[in-house]
Write a protein that binds this ligand. Structure first.
Ligand code: ZN
Length: 489
């Protein structure tokens, strides 16, 4: 059952408060008297949070027939989008864990603009917590039975359509990423992609390994050759808006390694666990395409997903191999665990040859990026330096935060090879996230404007911002806001 939203500009009447058993409320402080129980709520907050500088979630059961269970907070001053989303995640967890059919939402005491921002955050958090995620327990878990959100204190004509579309895209990204690799081989993945494509009227093309051989995509094939089954390939999805101007075209590209053992340079146990999520970049590209489609995005969008496994085995590629990418660049293999940049090299070369107006690629690419900025930010790279500030701003505003790294030419010295045009990576460097990006940039043809997101925040224990699961699906919300709010001019 889809979740619907009902909106009321005013605060709820006494009767309305009593009739709903589950509530999420956000007030400004001090509380302006507007409905009953305000005093109890105020006193409760004073008791619990009197020493707290920043807003904290508080719970109260109202003395009515329903014992209405309220999670609420008081926001005293301006709060960042990230902090707001984190707060609404906590407020909504208190309610969604009880599996209610409907939840009342109240935002009170703020300016119109602030009320909208807060309502948006609550709605996003509740939708994120109510999405169904993969579950293979023999005893079925109760899934969310939420069908209705009733918002009081703010009315928006847009009906928060963007939040619903992003939530759907993000849920698709997370649910695919959580699937274990025996349930999501490239074959399974392609089947699921085709189903979503049918539902959304996207054109589907699949470059099989045979096609990729014809295209001389030796970097991609170096990785896929280690698989016992030749089911790897590049998926190309096309969304065309109804009234297309065709002036601009956006390409979303993603790394889709369904399992990363590290290959011949096998990963140790601690680093291998969780590597079924090494396809999350491709799922972010797909989830973003889904959200943009739901929002009738006005420009054509293509989604290019590089699907493969990075296996060990007698046919797997090895360090010191020299392979040749589809654009003719020869690559000296250094470490088989740097497979992401190999499959992306050919995918980006083929995609950029089509001369789109913008390419954004997503990849769980390097450990170095995680060491550099941790797991609550993702690293961002671009061949348009002038975009740096706006890329940061889009992250601050959306609550999915990114930070740019440099991409100067002199980094290439660390990728100099004695035997080929370029080394795949460097054994000495501590800046692998930058070298990986320099490596990828080489395959962007025709100077196509390009943004690369190294998804260091794809997984975060306990969730991130409004997302309650360890798998975050980071990037869908960021990109939709980046494109729809015109940060790139
Ligand atoms: Zn790897």
């Amino acid at each position: 059952m889809p979740i619907t939203l009902e909106q009321h500009n005013l605060a709820p009447t006494n009767q309305e408060v009593d009739s709903i058993a589950n509530w999420i409320m956000v007030f400004s402080s001090p509380l302006k008297r507007k409905f009953q129980y305000q005093e109890q709520i105020s006193n409760r907050y004073k008791q619990i949070a009197h020493n707290s500088e920043s807003p904290i979630p508080v719970v109260i059961d109202l003395p009515n027939k329903n014992s209405s269970h309220v999670s609420f907070t008081m926001v005293r001053s301006v709060i960042s989008s990230f902090d707001l989303l984190t707060l609404t995640r906590k407020l909504s967890a208190i309610q969604t864990s009880l599996k209610p059919k409907k939840i009342g939402l109240l935002v009170s005491g703020f300016s119109k603009k602030e009320s909208e921002r807060i309502a948006e955050a609550i709605i996003s958090a509740v939708l994120a917590a109510s999405a169904t995620m993969p579950d293979f327990k023999s005893k079925k878990q109760t899934i969310s039975s939420l069908t209705k959100l009733i918002l009081f204190g703010f009315y928006a004509r847009h009906g928060f359509k963007r939040s619903f579309a992003i939530a759907e895209g993000n849920a698709l990204t997370r649910s695919l990423s959580m699937l274990p690799s025996n349930k999501l081989t490239p074959t399974d993945y392609l089947k699921k992609i085709k189903k979503v494509a049918r539902e959304n009227k996207w054109k589907v093309e699949f470059y099989t390994e045979t096609v990729l051989k014809q295209k001389k995509a030796g970097a991609f094939l170096a990785v896929s050759q280690g698989s016992p089954k030749a089911d790897a390939g590049i998926v190309r999805l096309r969304y065309t808006p109804k009234a297309t101007t065709k002036t601009k075209k956006v390409f979303l590209v993603g790394k889709g390694i369904c399992y990363d053992t590290g290959g011949t340079n096998l990963k140790p146990a601690n680093y291998m666990f969780g590597m079924h999520e090494d396809m999350q970049g491709s799922a972010v590209a797909l989830g973003t395409l889904l959200a943009l489609t739901k929002l009738n995005f006005k420009y054509p969008v293509e989604c290019w997903m590089a699907l493969a496994m990075n296996h060990i085995g007698p046919k797997a590629y090895k360090p010191n191999d020299v392979v040749s990418a589809s654009d003719g660049t020869t690559i000296e293999v250094v470490h088989t665990d740097a497979e992401g940049r190999m499959v992306l090299a050919d995918t980006l070369a083929l995609a950029s040859k089509e001369k789109p107006s913008l390419i954004i690629d997503y990849a769980t690419l390097t450990g170095a990026c995680m060491y550099s900025i941790g797991t609550s930010y993702s690293g961002i790279f671009t061949n348009k330096n002038k975009w740096h500030l706006n890329l940061i701003k889009a992250g601050e505003d959306s609550g999915e935060r990114v930070w740019p790294f440099p991409l100067d030419e002199d980094f290439d010295q660390m990728l100099k090879s004695d035997i080929a045009d370029i080394k795949q990576c460097s054994q000495e460097s501590g800046v692998d996230h930058i070298l990986a990006s320099r490596f990828l940039q080489r395959f962007i043809k025709h100077d196509v404007p390009w943004i690369h997101i190294d998804l260091s925040s794809s997984s975060k224990k306990g969730g991130l911002a409004h997302i309650p699961t360890n798998t975050t699906g980071f990037g869908v919300r960021y990109t939709v806001n980046l494109l729809l709010n015109n940060y790139l001019k």
